[in-house]
Design a protein around this ligand. Structure first.
Ligand code: HEC
Ligand code: HEC
Ligand code: HEC
Ligand code: HEC
Length: 397
């Protein structure tokens, strides 16, 4: 119990000091909203922390420093983003990991397909969390980016637009959202005053938000931000016309070609940096500027974060070759001593996690087979696991 509380606290701290995460409360209405049928997106990516504890991963691994110290720490710099990454790493590290689990007299835990998916999304989500903001860097940015030429904060300056209200609510995502909503006026004014629109990178939004919050005179009330609900984000992506350009009409860049596995703040920066181009494209296509409220920006970004996590090459033909070269066919042939299915007869899976769950479960038997033959477990890459999946799910049989 104590460990769990600690765990919750570090995760909350991870997202940002000015953000309080409510996602852990069971009665949280936010996550009880009806979720779409899309099996591939998590409603609450942090759900998987329960699997991480239940399956005792936390006994050996820590999340951002909290938890066991035997295995590597998972954090915003060390996370596994692609769909096939977690199973691949677990497989490749299983010789040492399973030995240790044995030594601790623990049993290797089975992981159901549903739990595997939750675990995968949870570890992958650690890259979404942004680092804590730095007030003095934010103060410098406010001047470098020339915000101060049009805005005042702390004390009101006649002729300048006051940002105290924003500062009061300044979680970084709220700041990005407020700016996004005013992008049109702001871009226009900047053009007219010959001020180049500032380019946001890295942690800039977080630092600026930290500064605005520190100096805002309206008092201190921490603003809330939920970690982002990708399922709701997907709906917004359609209802706010983002899909119109980015999926249907192919206006702007295809998200398949860019890396969206960045922190929430970096993605907010990407949106802001392109707001000028998007604004003119929207004008041309008579699409009104999509304003966002409450947690909508966070939800949209959480959706974008998972947008192309499947991006890895694989093919049915490669998969067939892998079954041979990785030694799967040593057992998966007709009439094998384990009385298990031949590879050609293994039925298609409903989703990748069903395969991951099966693979993980029988690593010990596979290891035994290899070790008794004096060989090491062959390593896998995410692309190879994808190919194996594609082979099992091939349409021509
Ligand atoms: C008994 C301790 C122990 C348990 C329990 C354990 N691990 Fe590990 N894990 C390790 C060790 C040790 C390594 C490093 C192995 C190596 O160096 O090859 C590791 C490595 C990994 C890696 C590779 C990490 C990287 O940065 O490349 C992943 C992923 C992983 N474990 C996931 C899990 C998950 C998920 C669970 C729970 C289902 C789990 N582990 C349970 C000890 C453990
Ligand atoms: C050339 C002038 C100009 C510059 C430079 C500028 N802004 Fe603005 N900003 C505006 C205008 C105009 C508005 C719209 C005001 C309105 O709608 O009332 C605005 C609105 C905003 C708002 C919404 C205010 C509210 O309370 O609704 C925020 C937040 C904001 N700007 C932040 C920034 C930040 C941060 C920077 C620096 C990166 C910046 N602005 C740079 C002109 C500018
Ligand atoms: C009218 C068409 C249009 C609509 C609607 C639209 N976009 Fe864009 N988007 C663009 C264009 C054009 C670019 C600039 C692409 C480039 O740099 O070549 C862009 C760029 C982006 C980028 C930056 C990609 C990069 O390379 O960094 C993101 C993220 C993005 N859009 C998200 C969204 C979201 C979220 C919505 C809905 C709220 C949305 N867009 C709505 C046209 C649109
Ligand atoms: C040492 C023998 C052995 C090797 C090597 C082996 N498997 Fe298996 N496999 C089994 C046994 C036994 C079962 C059934 C028992 C179980 O589910 O744990 C099984 C079950 C499976 C299943 C589940 C089939 C179903 O529909 O229930 C899949 C998928 C699978 N193996 C894939 C692979 C892949 C991919 C490889 C190679 C990377 C591989 N196996 C290597 C013995 C092996």
């Amino acid at each position: 119990m104590r460990l769990r509380n600690l765990f919750v606290i570090t995760l909350a701290a991870l997202i940002s000091v000015s953000i309080i995460v409510y996602a852990f409360a069971k009665d949280n209405k936010y996550f009880q909203e009806k979720q779409s049928d899309n099996k591939n997106l998590p409603g609450n990516p942090l759900d998987g922390r329960i699997v991480f504890e239940k399956n005792k991963c936390i006994n050996c691994h820590s999340i951002n420093g909290t938890g066991g110290k035997i295995g590597p720490d998972f954090n915003s710099d060390n996370f596994l983003s692609g769909d096939y990454d977690l199973i691949t790493e677990m497989w490749n590290h299983s010789p040492k990991m399973l030995k240790m689990i044995d030594q601790m007299n623990a049993n290797q835990q089975k992981i159901s397909a549903k739990d595997f998916r939750r675990l995968r999304y949870f570890i992958s989500f650690l890259g979404y969390m942004s680092k804590t903001g730095n007030v003095s860097q934010g103060r410098d940015l406010f001047v470098q980016m020339r915000c101060n030429e049009c805005h005042s904060v702390g004390k009101t300056i006649p002729g300048k637009i006051d940002l105290n209200k924003t500062g009061y609510n300044a979680s970084p995502v709220n700041l990005a959202q407020t700016m996004w909503n005013h992008a049109a006026e702001m871009n226009q004014k900047q053009k007219a005053s010959n001020i180049k629109i500032s380019v946001f990178k890295g942690n800039d939004f977080t630092n600026l938000a930290a500064y605005l919050e520190s100096i805002s005179v309206q008092g201190k009330k921490k603003s809330l931000m939920f970690p982002g609900n990708p399922v709701l984000g997907e709906k917004l992506f359609n209802s706010k016309n983002c899909a119109e350009c980015h999926l249907k009409e192919n206006i702007g860049i295809s998200f398949n070609n860019i890396n969206l596995h960045k922190s929430v703040i970096e993605i907010a920066g990407m949106m802001w940096n392109h707001s000028g181009l998007m604004e003119s494209a929207m004008g041309e296509h008579k699409i009104s500027w999509p304003t966002l409220k409450d947690n909508e920006m966070g939800n949209l970004i959480a959706y974008l974060y998972y947008y192309n996590s499947e991006q890895v090459n694989g093919s049915v033909e490669e998969g067939q070759k892998m079954l041979e070269s990785k030694g799967c066919l040593n057992c998966h042939f007709k009439g094998n001593k384990y009385k298990t299915l031949s590879a050609a007869d293994i039925k298609p899976f409903d989703n990748v996690d069903e395969l991951f769950s099966k693979l993980w479960e029988h690593i010990p038997i596979i290891q035994m087979e290899f070790y008794s033959g004096g060989k090491a477990l062959p390593k896998l890459t995410p692309g190879e696991v994808k190919s194996i999946y594609l082979y099992f799910n091939r349409t021509t049989r």
